[in-house]
Design a protein around this ligand. Structure first.
Ligand code: MRU
Length: 358
């Protein structure tokens, strides 16, 4: 089976008129279950509870969610329709705060719904939500092509969290250059951070790489320094949830420390991200809202027992207090470049980012 045939089986999200279908990422890697979301409230819940996750996928989900809302409101008059869409947009926007893709998707869909009859506005929102997904596919492929050029034969790549086909449709962001290398038969090896607390690396990235038959090994989050200082890692590639104009980057908690370690060990640290992940209204990382999630994600762990039954276990004493910021900001000074659909953006980032996306 070719890489592309294998990729088709790892789909993040699809829209079929009012229904959204997605692989429930909460159950991976133990169960590949496709769930159907019938209305926009179900879509909001799926984003909030991370049945669908990863900046690109939640951006597409938000656009599709607004398409569902528009279709649900087809019997309303124009005034009531507009109110309904505004309320649905606000709810979708608050489902997860850090990834800017979600806001960009909603803004794009609202823009095309500014004029016309109710029927025309519904059609425009549906078309735009599909176009967002289509544009993301193109961006994902181009990120792969540009990023692959940075990988030498037998490169050892470290990645954090999951920035593959489930996080950003088609072949992801950080994993896209890796998949492109596989397509071109370039030998590479991937070190996968487990990515506590939700273990997106252990549960999703490792699963995706094994499905694509790309050689990898899972490491615990605090082992990256060991592998770096022992010269086992040649390059770090991560994704992004939001990038400020100065290049400061929000990504999964733990990304910042990997970037500092990479600089200390003279290892290039790249962020792979499309235009949809840049926030040109945000001057620096301090202004990016960081999502804080339930402490239960830290105090409990989930998986399957030997009978393959899904189990959730508490690993701490009852009522243990835990803080759970879901993202951190990597200051631009630690980033070697941004791999985007417009090519590799180099320092000074303020200039290259503005030039690429103005
Ligand atoms: O909380 P998550 O799993 O949605 O966080 C995902 C990440 O941090 C990814 O690295 C990021 O979205 C980039 S992939 C498009």
């Amino acid at each position: 089976m070719s890489v592309d045939e294998k990729l088709k089986k790892i789909f993040a999200i699809k829209r079929e008129n009012k229904k959204i279908k997605l692989i429930d990422q909460r159950l991976l890697p133990h169960k590949v279950k496709i769930i159907t979301l019938h209305n926009y409230n179900e879509t909001i819940e799926a984003i909030r509870d991370m049945a669908v996750r990863g900046a690109g996928s939640i951006g597409v989900a938000a656009g599709y969610g607004l398409a569902q809302a528009a279709l649900e409101a087809k019997h309303l008059n124009l005034e009531k329709f507009n109110k309904f869409i505004k309320a649905a947009s606000d709810k979708l926007l608050s489902s997860r705060p850090t990834a800017i893709n979600l806001r960009h998707s909603i803004d794009r869909c609202l823009k095309v719904a500014e004029n016309g009859t109710v029927t025309e506005r519904i059609q425009n929102i549906c078309n735009e939500s599909d176009k967002i997904a289509f544009d993301d596919i193109k961006a994902s492929r181009l990120i792969g092509v540009y990023g692959e050029q940075l990988l030498k034969e037998n490169s050892n790549i470290l990645t954090h969290c999951n920035a593959g086909a489930l996080a950003y449709i088609d072949q992801g962001t950080a994993l896209s250059p890796i998949i492109e290398a596989k397509r071109r038969h370039k030998p590479i090896f991937v070190y996968v951070d487990e990515t506590r607390p939700r273990n997106q690396g252990a549960k999703i990235t490792a699963w995706e790489l094994s499905k694509l038959e790309i050689p990898y090994a899972l490491i615990v989050d605090n082992a990256a320094g060991y592998f770096m200082i022992n010269k086992k890692i040649d390059v770090v590639i991560v994704g992004a949830d939001r990038i400020a104009v100065n290049g400061d980057t929000a990504n999964k908690i733990g990304t910042y420390e990997k970037a500092v370690l990479a600089k200390e060990n003279n290892i290039p640290f790249y962020v792979a991200a499309p235009s949809m992940s840049f926030d040109l209204k945000c001057e620096s990382g301090e202004r990016i809202e960081i999502e804080h999630r339930s402490s239960e994600e830290i105090t409990h762990i989930s998986g399957v027992n030997d009978s393959n039954e899904y189990t959730k276990l508490r690993i701490t004493a009852k009522n243990t207090k835990a803080y759970n910021p879901s993202f951190d900001i990597t200051p631009a000074k630690y980033i070697s470049g941004f791999i985007t659909e417009k090519g590799l953006l180099k320092k000074p980032f303020k200039k290259s980012i503005k030039n690429a996306f103005k």
